[in-house]
Ligand binder design. Structure first.
Ligand code: PMP
Ligand code: GLN
Length: 385
């Protein structure tokens, strides 16, 4: 008999853990779990080492070190024209993951509904249900993953408390355009819905522009904007994230956060504050670098008969396997890992209705050139298998 509580028993090991384990067992190239396999920048590493050596080794304030909150406020003002008071409107969290979790736990009462866009990042639905909330997904469909305004409005009920938006969106690589964001903002205002946005891929974007939902009319006072250092600075293991928004929403988040972790790693916050002072050329180089990786992988996939759905943002590309006759997403990924030696991620676990993801698999291109080239060799060799 299980000794797990029902809450834990209802959760499965994540698909990232499962596929990384399978990849390791078969010595496959891991294009599954999304983490850069290349070095983080020297400057950010030096800052962290210096902070530890200078004995920045005790608890940070629960809402984060002042210099990091100030750096986040300055970045949001400079890049998006959004103004936040570092004292009351910004909270530093243990990655975007904790920010999302604490936001949901502090804003949802049992039975409250959350509108979200699927296929969505895997932590959203378990976090919503652990908080007592109910997910109301709008399924987006390839190739353009368009948001239908009327379909979205039909999901909104008197119980709708939150709308959760991830742009650029993992796993589908969609960047929400201004027209879609306008429709979303207008519905949030009309139905008095709070928006929580996950913008961790804000700087990994190839088409269009990143438009924070908080910049749309009527949204500044009803949006909690979440992001993190992980993707932009290639430090997914640091888990330094933040949430910015109206003081009452940030206060709510902090009341929960103080009893999850109280605070995040202090020396990494010092290093994060220094990192966020980088100039705009850093972000330009990041985009260009990822564009090259994206183009390399998309061309390769097309070449080996795996039609890519070219992403507008994120470091993922989905492939539509519907017409290939090689089984569903899970069978396809298992087979590709075991026989071809390249691991990818099935998309059905990102969907409330697994059938919505059965024809999609996701490849990560946040990998070094030799690794992508080895994947290319194996995929070419396996193309006819
Ligand atoms: N949101 C999305 C959409 C992600 O892809 C990730 C990365 N795994 C996260 C949140 C988690 O970010 P962090 O590592 O900062 O917790
Ligand atoms: N965000 C990463 C991805 O989507 C993985 C995060 C994790 O392993 N939990 O692949």
């Amino acid at each position: 008999m299980t000794r797990m509580a029902r809450r834990a028993a209802s959760l499965q090991p994540t698909i990232f853990t499962a596929m990384t384990d399978l990849a390791n067992r078969h010595r496959a190239i891991n294009l599954g779990q999304g983490f850069p396999d290349f070095a983080a920048g020297e400057a950010i590493k030096r800052s962290a080492v210096r902070a530890i050596k200078q004995d920045c080794n005790q608890y940070a304030p629960s809402n984060g070190q002042p210099q990091l909150r100030e750096a986040i406020a300055a970045k949001m003002s400079r890049q998006y024209g959004l103004q936040f008071d570092p004292g009351s409107q910004i909270a530093v969290t243990v990655g975007a993951t904790e920010a999302l979790f604490a936001a949901l736990f502090s804003l949802l009462d049992p039975g409250d509904e959350v509108v979200l866009f699927e296929p969505c990042y895997d932590s959203y639905r378990p976090a919503i249900s652990m908080a007592g909330g109910v997910s109301r997904p709008l399924t987006l469909r390839p190739p353009d993953w368009h948001v239908d305004r009327d379909e979205l409005e039909r999901l909104i009920s008197p119980r709708t408390r939150l709308l959760l938006l991830n742009s650029p969106q993992n796993p589908i690589g969609k960047v929400f355009n201004r027209e879609e964001l306008r429709a979303i903002a207008e519905l949030c205002v009309r139905h008095d819905v709070i928006a929580v946005t996950d913008e961790v891929y804000e700087h990994i974007l190839f088409e269009g522009e990143h438009i924070p939902l908080a910049t749309l009319p009527g949204m500044a006072d009803r949006t909690l904007t979440i992001s993190s250092l992980a993707k932009t600075f290639s430090v997914t293991g640091w888990k330094v994230g933040w949430a910015a928004g109206p003081a009452d929403l940030v206060e709510a988040l902090l009341r929960v956060k103080q009893f999850i972790t109280f605070c995040g790693a202090a020396p990494l916050q010092t290093a994060a504050a220094e990192a966020l002072a980088v100039g705009e050329d850093f972000y330009q180089r990041l985009k260009e670098d990822y564009r090259q990786r994206r183009d390399f992988l998309c061309e390769l996939l097309a070449d080996v008969g795996l039609p890519p759905l070219t992403p507008q943002g994120t470091y993922f590309v989905c492939v539509d396997i519907g017409a290939l006759g090689r089984g569903n997403d899970i069978a396809f990924c298992r087979d590709l890992t075991e026989r071809v030696g390249v691991a990818a991620i099935p998309v059905s676990p990102f969907c409330s209705n697994p059938d919505d993801g059965r024809d999609l698999v996701r490849f990560a291109f946040c990998k070094s050139r030799p690794v992508l080239e080895e994947a290319a060799k194996r995929l070419r060799a396996g193309a006819g298998m």
